[in-house]
Every structure is written in C-alpha cells, then in structure tokens.
Design a protein. Structure first.
Length: 137
C-alpha cells in the first residue's frame, strides 16, 4: 500500500430509503419504524424495517429524518459491521460504535422483526419497540 492510499476499507454508498423503496415496485410488503434517541440512547435516528430488497438484515443510522437523507447501514449479525455509508467518515467513526453496540444488545429482537414483522399487528409492533434495549447515556 502506498502512503497515499486510504487504509480504511471501501464502503459502497448507502442508498436512501427513498431509493430502496423505488426499486421494490408496488407489490412490496414490509413494516418499518424510525427510533429516536430517547428510545435508543443514540443521538440520531435508527431506521428499522422488515426484510426489504435483496440485502440481508440491517439497520440504518440517520443524523436526521427526511426524504433523501444520507445514512450508514449496520448488519444485524453476530459481529455487526458497517456495510455501506453515505455519511462523512467523521460521523461514521463517531456513531458506528454506538449503533453496533445497540445492534448487539437487541440482535434477537431485531432479527425477529426483520424475518416476521410484516405479519405483526400494531400491538405486536408496539410490544417489540418496548422490548428494545437502550444504550446507557
């Protein structure tokens, strides 16, 4: 590696939610929710969804909500990692460890939502949100 190469691994751009939904067509069925800091302990917004598109289970982190906002995605896995990012590296460096810790804390619940959540009733979705742990302040 030359001294001018960036030693960080390359991350593909994280598509916006708007871009992901546009690619699904009219037949897609999924649930989603945006969790604010008072629910997660993480400054910003975590977007959770059931299985959407062709990628595996993951959560998206946003600095703020809104159409077309940049984000980064973290896998819901035994060893979560950042999969893609459209946010500045300084934001990812600061926030990714917190999001990863939150995913580790809530992994089983998140996987249940990813795999089964599109069939849940409103009350089941509310109960799921209430069961999610929060990162300590």
């Amino acid at each position: 590696m030359s001294m001018h190469e960036d030693p960080r691994p390359y991350l593909p751009p994280d598509p916006t939610v708007q871009q992901e939904l546009a690619g699904l067509g009219n037949e897609a069925l999924f649930e989603m929710t945006n969790l604010p800091a008072d629910r997660t302990g993480i400054r910003g917004i975590l977007f959770l969804s059931t299985s959407v598109g062709f990628h595996g289970p993951r959560v998206k982190y946003f600095v703020k909500t809104g159409k077309g906002q940049p984000s980064f995605s973290v896998s819901i896995a035994n060893e979560p990692k950042v999969l893609a990012s459209s946010l500045p590296e300084r934001v990812v460096s600061e926030m990714a460890p917190q999001v990863i810790a939150w995913v580790v804390l809530n992994r089983e619940e998140l996987l249940a939502f990813w795999n089964e959540g599109e069939t849940w009733t409103f009350d089941e979705l509310q109960a799921f949100i209430e069961r999610l742990g929060k990162i300590p302040d």
